[in-house]
Design a protein around this ligand. Structure first.
Ligand code: N2P
Length: 431
C-alpha cells in the first residue's frame, strides 16, 4: 500500500512537471555573461508580448567543451544555449540545432534590425555542411584572444608576442585560459610565423593544422609554458591580475576589459594586446538545440537580448562586446577619452573615426591580423588529450594550495562533527 502511494505521488509529480515544461525556459550560458536583472525582466516582457507566462531556469558553464558534451549526450533539454563559433559549426555538422524562426507577431524583430554586418559575414564563413549558420545562430558577444598584462612588470615589447607566456622572467605569474582550442590557435600562429611571413601558409589555413606533428609541436611548446604557469583558469584569471598575483594572462578581450576597469579602481594598471604574430577573433551566439522543449520562448529570449537597451546593460555589466551594430550601441560606447579608431567593418562606412575603447572594439588593422577558428571534427579528441597531458604535467603551486586548503577544510569538518557527536553522547549518558 505504502509503495503504491509513493508511485502514485511520483506519477502525479511527473505529470505536473510535464505540463509545466511549456512555461519553463531552460537557458545555458557562460558564467558572468549577463546582467542578471534582465532575466526576470524577460519573464515579464514575454508575458506582455505573448500573453503566456514563462519561468527561466538559468544555468552556466565555463568551458565550451563541457557544454557541448552535455548537449551531445542529449541528456539535457536546454532550450537556448550560447556556444562559440567553432562549436556552432560542430553542432550544425552533427545536426543538433533547430532553425531560429523570426515569427514574433507584433513584437519588433530586434535580431535582424541590429545585428552587425561584420558578424553576419563571419557567421557566413561557419561551415554548416550546407546550412547557413545565420539561420541557426544569433550572435551575442564577440571579441579577440590576446595578452592581458601588468606594465609595471611586463614591457609593451615583451607583451607584443605570444612567447611572453614562455618568458622565465614571469615564472609563476602567468595564467592561461583553460580553453584548448583558443590556446592551440595562438600557439600555432606563433610557431608558424616564419611561414606566415613568407606567405607559404595563411592564418585561415593554420586554423586547420591538426596533423600529429603540429599537435606535437604545440604540446612541446605548452609543456614549457606549463612549467612556468601559475594556473589554468576558466574564469578567475581576471581577479588574479587585478590583485597583481598574475602579471601575464592569455585571455579573452572581455575578461581583459573587466579586469582593466576593476584594476583601475584599485590603482593598478593593466593593458591588453593582440600579439603581432596574429590572433583569433571569436563569436558566441545563441542556438536552439534540437532537444529544446520550448523553442518559442527561446526565440523570444534571443530577440529580447538583441534589444538595444538590454544589450547596453549586458555589455556594461560583463565587459564583453555585443554583436549588435545598432546606432544606439555606437553612441553608448563612443567615449572622447579614447583616440579615434576605424570601426567601419563593424558599424558601417560612417564609423571611420570613432573614439572608442580599442580593447572593446579593436581597430580595423587589428581585425585584419585576426582569423576565425573552425571545428576540427574527429580530430578534436586528439586536441583534448594533448591538453590534458599538458595540464597534467603542471601541478603548480596554486593547485597545491587549493588542494591543501580543501583537504584541511574536509578534515576539519569531520573532526568538528565527531567532537560534537561525542560531546552530545557524553551529555546524554550523564542525564
Ligand atoms: C565569460 C565567458 C566568455 C566567453 N565568462 C568567451 N567565449
Amino acid at each position: 500500500m505504502k509503495r503504491l502511494t509513493v508511485l502514485l505521488a511520483a506519477a502525479i509529480l511527473a505529470a505536473g512537471c510535464a505540463s509545466d515544461r511549456s512555461s519553463i525556459l531552460k537557458v545555458y550560458n557562460w558564467s558572468d555573461y549577463i546582467d542578471e536583472s534582465a532575466i526576470p525582466e524577460f519573464e515579464q516582457w514575454y508575458q506582455e508580448q505573448t500573453g503566456e507566462s514563462v519561468k527561466v531556469i538559468y544555468q552556466t558553464f565555463d568551458i565550451n567543451e563541457t557544454m557541448l558534451s552535455k548537449i551531445e549526450k542529449g541528456h539535457e533539454d536546454y532550450d537556448v544555449v550560447c556556444p562559440s563559433d567553432y562549436i556552432i559549426e560542430r553542432m550544425l555538422a552533427s545536426d543538433l540545432l533547430l532553425p531560429i524562426g523570426r515569427d514574433f507577431g507584433d513584437t519588433p524583430n530586434y535580431i535582424d534590425d541590429n545585428l552587425s554586418p561584420y558578424i553576419r559575414s563571419c557567421f557566413d564563413k561557419i561551415d554548416g555542411k550546407g546550412k547557413n549558420a545565420n539561420d541557426y545562430a544569433v550572435g551575442y558577444m564577440w571579441g579577440t584572444t590576446g595578452i592581458l598584462y601588468n606594465p609595471k612588470y611586463v614591457s609593451d615589447e615583451e607583451a607584443s608576442t605570444w612567447d611572453v607566456i614562455r618568458n622565465p622572467k614571469f615564472a609563476d605569474k602567468i595564467f592561461i585560459k583553460d580553453s584548448p582550442r583558443d590556446v592551440y590557435s595562438q600557439i600555432i600562429l606563433y610557431l608558424k610565423q616564419k611561414e606566415l611571413a613568407e606567405g607559404s601558409v595563411t592564418m585561415d589555413g593554420l586554423m586547420n593544422y591538426t596533423s600529429d606533428a603540429d599537435i606535437d609541436a604545440v604540446e612541446q611548446y605548452m609543456k614549457e609554458v606549463s612549467a612556468l604557469a601559475a594556473g589554468w583558469e576558466a574564469d578567475f584569471g581576471k581577479d588574479q591580475m587585478v590583485q597583481e598575483r598574475g602579471w601575464v594572462n592569455l585571455t579573452w578581450s572581455g575578461d581583459a576589459v573587466w579586469a582593466i576597469d576593476e584594476a583601475q579602481e584599485a590603482g593598478v594598471e593593466l593593458k591588453y594586446v593582440c600579439p603581432r604574430e596574429g590572433a583569433t577573433v571569436w563569436f558566441d551566439g545563441w542556438v536552439i538545440p534540437k532537444y529544446a522543449q520550448n523553442p518559442k520562448a527561446a526565440r523570444y529570449w534571443i530577440n529580447f537580448l538583441s534589444r538595444p537597451d538590454i544589450v547596453i546593460r549586458n555589455v556594461e555589466e560583463v565587459g564583453y562586446v555585443s554583436t549588435s551594430g545598432a546606432p544606439e550601441i555606437l553612441e553608448a560606447f563612443t567615449d572622447d577619452s579614447f583616440e579615434p579608431i576605424d570601426l567601419t567593418y563593424f558599424f558601417g562606412e560612417a564609423a571611420d573615426s570613432v573614439c572608442a575603447n580599442p580593447v572593446l572594439y579593436p581597430d580595423k588593422s587589428v581585425i585584419d591580423n585576426c582569423t576565425m577558428e573552425h571545428d576540427w571534427g574527429e580530430n578534436t579528441g586528439k586536441l583534448i588529450e594533448m591538453w590534458s597531458r599538458v595540464k597534467g604535467d603542471n601541478a603548480n603551486s596554486l593547485t597545491y594550495i587549493i588542494l591543501a586548503v580543501a583537504v584541511l577544510a574536509i578534515v576539519g569538518a569531520i573532526v568538528a562533527a565527531r567532537r560534537k557527536k561525542s560531546s552530545r553522547r557524553r551529555k546524554g549518558s550523564r542525564r
